[in-house]
Structures are given as C-alpha cells and as structure tokens.
Write a protein that binds this ligand. Structure first.
Ligand code: PLP
Length: 363
C-alpha cells in the first residue's frame, strides 16, 4: 500500500511551535507564581488581572477603566456583540472577512452588509454610499492590519475617513486587531482607536499571535461606559477570566520577552510569506495575490471558472489543508482560497505548494 504523504496545513491561523518562546513562558510563569501567588491563583474580577490591564492601558494611552482583559479576543468579540448587536441590526463586515466573526454575527441575527475589501482596506466610498442611502448601521467590524483572510491593511487615509463616517452617522467601529504587531515590511498606521476623539471605536487585540494562542488572553479597549456594561456581562459569564494565564502574560510582557518573541515571529513569517509567494509564482502562475507586509495569511484568487471548494477537496486528497475562500464570503463566489503560512516551515511550504499545484492541475 502506498504511504500517505505527511499532512501539511495551510489552514490553521496559528503559529508553529518553533516560534513560540517556551523558555520565556516558563520563566514568566515562575515569576508570576513567585511574585504574586495571591493574584494568580484566586478568582479575580471580570476586568482581568489588574497589572496586565494597567500595562495595556498604558500601551494604548487610555485610562484603565477603558480596558477589559478576556479569555482570548474571541471572548471579547462575543461580549461586544452581545452588548451592541440586537437581532435585525445592520452590521457592516468586510468582503471577505473572518469566518468566525461572520458566523457569530449571523448567530445573533444581524443583518450583514458586506463591503468590498481592497488592497488598502475596506471600500470607504461604498460604505459612505450605503450610509448616505439611508441604511442605519449600528456596527462596522473591521480588521485593519493583515486582514483575515486577505492579508491586506487599511491605509492611514481610510482610517481617518472611517472614523469621520462613524462620527457623522453615529455607528460604532469594532477595530479587531490581533495582527498589529506582526508587520515585517511597510509602514505602521495609527489605530482608529487613537484617531477617534468621541468614543466611536471599540478596539480588540490579543496575545495569541505574539505570545501563544493556547494562553487565551485578549482584550477590549473602549469608552468606559461600554467597558463597564461588558464587565457586568463578564461577571455573570465567568466571575473572572483566567488569572493564571493573565499573570503569566503580565510577566512575559513586562520582563522583556515580548519584544524578542515578536521579533522571532516576524522574522519567521517574513521568510515563510516570501517562500509561499515564490512557490506559487513558480508552480501556479494563474494564482493572483498581493504579497503580504505582515500577518499570517495570503488570499489567493484563481481564474473565475476555478472552484476553490473543489481545489480544497483535491488538495486534501494530497495531504494539504487549505481554507475555501467561500467560507469568508456571504455570496456564491468560489474562486479563492486562503493560505496561512504561520504554522508551516519553509520546507513544508515548498512541498505543500508542489502538492497544491498538482491538485490545481487535476481540476
Ligand atoms: C480577525 C481575528 N479576530 C479574532 C481572532 C481570535 O483571536 P483569539 O485567539 O484572541 O481569540 C482571530 C484569530 O484567528 C482573528 O483572525
């Protein structure tokens, strides 16, 4: 019997183990348990582990009352949607957008309006036209840096225009920003949170991509009243988030491991992204994509007659996991796929692209 090829996953938006600072985490855990056993091992309050909350507040230049630290940013998203989205509310999402967000909003019976995403971010003119046409938007979910799934980032000019639109039409921007630290080329833009002066932005980020996803620590920053409302909801949900995890992250970020860990991750991601793009250019010349400046993902558009769902199946038969582009869309387009290069080594990328090209030719 022929041996099955070793599986290669371009599907998971998660880092490979070799770029996680295991030693730094061990040392941070040791310091957390030695320096603050009472704070680490007791129930805390729903706002999160206070020293970490203070560190996040300082980093974003906001008051501590504006920060809530959660079990991963997915939990932050869920709290925010429960607070701000009622059934039937119109919520703007990017096209394409993160599949879990789409599912979460659909599950809350939101009326989703997908606005096209360009290489420099969401189509602001289309959004302005929607608003000017009388659609009452309550929330806009935007992933400003190295968007999941497209890998694109929002330009500075568009960030300013969006904050102005939110102010004029009185909707909340949900700035979902877990990849912000992972820029390996190009210029960093200010957060919409920092550009907003009248509380129209609620910001979320995470330590999943800079420390490790298993630690499940993320956070929200927003107007103090919104955060206070969410804190009540969080108390009723879990009393407090995971204090052990948050005290470890606190030591990790304050002890100097954070910057080293980000540098390690960025160096690896830059190499992997380059390798993936080069491999695709060589083996699947039909594939269209924008070379990423950071983050985890490459959005690959194929000729219109190519069925990405069929490619998904053909790749799986060859031991390669990808995600169908259709998972990130609300319409019927199928000619795209998402490739994550975060969890694969350069050697796996070469082999994975070779197999993907074979799958592509088989269609
Ligand atoms: C855009 C976006 N938001 C939120 C998350 C969830 O992150 P966390 O691990 O902090 O829950 C992800 C994870 O892939 C993501 O891509």
């Amino acid at each position: 019997m022929a041996e099955e090829p070793a599986p290669i996953s371009f599907a998971r938006g998660a880092p490979s183990l070799d770029i996680i600072d295991v030693e730094g985490l061990k040392a941070a855990a040791d310091r957390a348990f030695t320096n603050d056993p009472a704070g680490s091992f007791a129930y805390g309050t729903s706002v999160g582990y206070k020293p970490l909350r203070a560190w996040i507040a300082e980093r974003h230049g906001v008051a501590e009352e504006q920060v809530l630290v959660t079990n991963g940013s997915m939990q932050a998203d869920a709290f925010l949607f429960d607070t701000l989205v009622q059934p039937g509310d119109t919520v703007v999402v990017e096209r394409p957008s993160y599949d879990r967000t789409l599912l979460s909003l659909k599950g809350r019976d939101a009326d989703l309006q997908a606005v096209p995403l360009a290489e420099d971010g969401v189509d602001v003119e289309a959004m302005a036209a929607l608003l000017a046409g009388g659609t009452k938007v309550s929330l806009a979910h935007l992933i400003p840096n190295f968007q999941n799934p497209a890998g694109y980032s929002l330009s500075g000019q568009k960030r300013r225009a969006l904050v102005a639109l939110a102010r004029e039409y009185e909707f909340t921007i949900f700035e979902d920003d877990p990849y912000v630290e992972l820029r390996f080329s190009g210029e960093r833009q200010p957060t919409m949170l920092s550009l907003s002066t009248t509380g129209e932005v609620v910001y979320a980020s995470s330590f999943s991509k800079t420390v490790c996803p298993g630690i499940r620590v993320g956070y929200l920053v927003g107007p103090a009243e919104v955060i206070a409302t969410i804190a009540k909801l969080a108390t009723g949900t879990y009393i407090s988030p995971n204090m052990v995890a948050q005290s470890i992250v606190n030591e990790f970020v304050r002890g100097g491991s954070f910057d080293t860990s980000i540098a390690t991750v960025k160096t690896a991601l830059a190499e992997r992204a380059e390798r993936l793009c080069a491999g695709l250019r060589e083996h699947i010349p039909d594939a269209q994509f924008v070379e990423p400046e950071g983050g985890y993902f490459l959005w690959v558009t194929l000729p219109e007659n190519v069925d990405g769902d069929a490619l998904f199946a053909a790749a799986a038969e060859r031991g390669v996991q990808i995600v169908k582009g259709s998972d990130f869309l609300l319409d019927d387009a199928k000619n795209a796929i998402r490739l994550a290069y975060s969890g694969v080594t350069p050697a796996q990328i070469d082999e994975g692209v070779r197999r993907l090209a074979e799958a592509y030719r088989s269609l």
